[in-house]
Design a protein around this ligand. Structure first.
Ligand code: GLC
Ligand code: CA
Length: 552
């Protein structure tokens, strides 16, 4: 089995990471140029989001050719060079496999459109409801909504059918009940395995198994009907077997999943995945579950979710992927921290809070610098298909331009997609040309060079967290128990392993807070393993984190 419990993964969104040829778009050579920086941080795996041939309607998650590299990002030689150069520095590559849907430009969909019945069986095509005559499209087959707003069904006159797309209209869903489709996808995974990668991230993989009967969702928009659907566990077991990836690191992105399924996905005996991403903890500021309705974070809910998932997975032998940020999420320091006065303290606290839990931590590019949300003020700054769709939907719902922009400022996926900030130079050292997406407003002060000059930087703190995970089995292997469970100001937990104890106390407030059930004096004999303030006081200072270690 692959090694992942004491490892750390760094996520790279190539389009926004580093541009090597001055066209304003990040690329694979740019990643090669940054390998020293990454190796120096100490991370083990680099997960690269898709760089395959794509019309880029969803920034590469709409794949037109799984086996070729989009010229924007480079060539197959660049990819081979990256694997080799990374390997020489002890870094392993993980690729993003988007197996739930293709682009409508993929040859399979094009052949289906041209009338090839075999390829029509690759996709999910249905007749409409309430047709009045043979050529009437009727209405969409079900009321399911796609992730980016609007119906999940698109009428296609060339097929005389509606096709299902759970994401953008340009991303038709593949039909996993067709064994030929599963076989083709396993071949794709095997192809990349043979090119020397160490692992895979599987995009929205728990949405591939659709319900047997397609019916309206009477309680929602359909998600609960197609998440973790029938045969999903068998499909994953089959994929692992037929692609031959049982000994690799794998992580599944699980939309609207539950604890029970994630245990099943990740228990080693089931031979499915190494670990899963779940998202409930990143919805605690969604009003009534609606991403586009703002609400302050519900701290009690956040605490309960961590406690339930951490202890639930531990008890049953499952394994979590630990993360706050990725290319679909706003920046955590702007969300649960304070991106102004306490930016450094809160970024460090948030980092320690999840890195010291049980699971494998993921760092998303720029998180290690405390990069913030974009601060865009005009709709013209946005690029993301979801953000642009929802801007229109919010306006149609009667929101003013200012109200709609306020929501995007907090929720847009573009907050996490601004160019990586390397220096105070032109375009933050990302490119020599204007980047494809505007930089975050504060790029002149928050960047790699500044972080490298400061031995107390957020970057240095991440380096230390990575080093601790490598060195201390209690972090990788220890049990976990949550404490201070009724205290809405802190997240606190205790790790234990072979007579050792590590207590992690995180203050989520911009003020001093007191613990309710413990006193910091109880830890007089404990060693301060890590913190974001000098010394210790009786209370936790604003956004303070303390990791206190002792041997029984
Ligand atoms: C995943 C990706 C996201 C993409 C979607 C559709 O959620 O992380 O960026 O838009 O799947 O592929
Ligand atoms: Ca480029």
């Amino acid at each position: 089995m692959a090694d992942f419990k004491n490892k750390v993964v760094y996520q790279i969104y190539p389009k926004s990471f580093k541009d090597s040829n001055g066209d304003g778009i990040g690329d694979l050579r740019g990643v090669i140029d940054a390998l020293d920086y990454l190796a120096d941080m100490g991370v083990d795996y680099l997960w690269l989001t898709p760089f395959f041939v794509s019309p880029q309607k969803d920034n590469g998650y709409d794949i037109a050719d799984y086996l070729a590299i989009d010229p924007h990002f480079g060539t197959m030689d660049d990819f081979d060079a990256l694997v080799k150069a990374a390997d020489a520095k002890g870094l392993k590559i993980m690729l993003d496999m988007v197996l739930c849907h293709t682009s409508d430009q993929h040859a399979w969909f094009q052949r289906a459109l041209a009338g090839d019945a075999d390829y029509q069986r690759y996709y999910i095509l249905r007749d409409g409801c309430n047709k009045t005559c043979a050529d009437d499209p009727g209405e969409p087959p079900t009321n399911w909504q796609c992730a980016f707003g609007g119906s999940a069904w698109q009428w296609e006159p060339r097929l005389g059918k509606w096709y299902l797309h759970l994401h953008d209209v340009s991303q038709p869903d593949l039909d996993w009940t067709n064994p030929t489709v599963r076989d083709e996808l396993a071949k794709v995974v095997r192809f990349w395995k043979e090119r020397g990668v160490a692992g895979f991230r599987f995009d929205v993989i728990n949405l591939v198994a659709k319900p047997e009967v397609f019916a309206d969702d009477t309680q929602g928009l359909g998600r609960r009907l197609f998440a973790d659907g029938p045969h999903i566990h068998e499909y994953l077991q089959e994929l692992v077997r037929s692609a031959g990836i049982g000994d690799m690191v794998t992580v599944g992105e699980m939309a609207s999943t539950d604890l029970e399924n994630c245990i099943h996905y990740t228990r080693p005996a089931n031979h499915e995945l190494s670990m899963t991403f779940s998202f409930h903890h990143l919805k605690v500021d969604y009003k009534d579950g609606d991403k586009w309705a703002l609400m302050p974070p519900d701290m009690m809910r956040l605490k309960q979710l961590f406690a339930a998932w951490q202890t639930g997975m531990a008890k049953a032998g499952g394994w979590n992927a630990l993360f706050w940020c990725n290319h679909d999420q706003p920046r955590i320091v702007s969300r649960l921290g304070d991106d102004k006065e306490y930016r450094e303290a809160s970024a460090k606290m948030l980092a320690a809070c999840i890195h010291l839990m049980r699971g494998t931590p993921y760092i998303y590019q720029g998180e290690e610098l405390g990069m913030t949300n974009a601060g865009y003020t005009s709709i013209a700054d946005y690029r993301d298909v979801e953000s642009l769709n929802y801007y229109r939907i919010l306006r149609e719902q009667g929101k003013t331009e200012a109200e709609a922009l306020t929501i995007l400022t907090a929720r847009s996926r573009d907050n996490g997609r601004t160019p990586m900030q390397w220096s105070a130079g032109p375009y933050a050292g990302f490119s020599t040309k204007e980047p494809w997406i505007p930089l975050a407003k504060n790029h002149a002060t928050i960047h790699v060079e500044a972080a490298q000059r400061d031995e107390d930087s957020i970057l240095a703190f991440y380096r230390r967290l990575i080093q601790l995970r490598h060195e201390m089995p209690i972090i990788a292997e220890g049990d976990i128990r949550f404490i201070e469970e009724d205290n809405p100001d802190v997240i606190a937990y205790e790790r234990t392993w072979q007579g050792e104890q590590l207590t992690v106390l995180c203050n989520f407030r911009p003020t001093d807070v007191h613990l309710r059930h413990l006193s910091l004096q109880d830890f007089a004999d404990a060693q301060k393993l890590l913190g974001n303030y000098p010394g210790r006081e009786e209370c936790l200072r604003p956004y303070e984190v303390l990791a206190l270690y002792r041997q029984a």
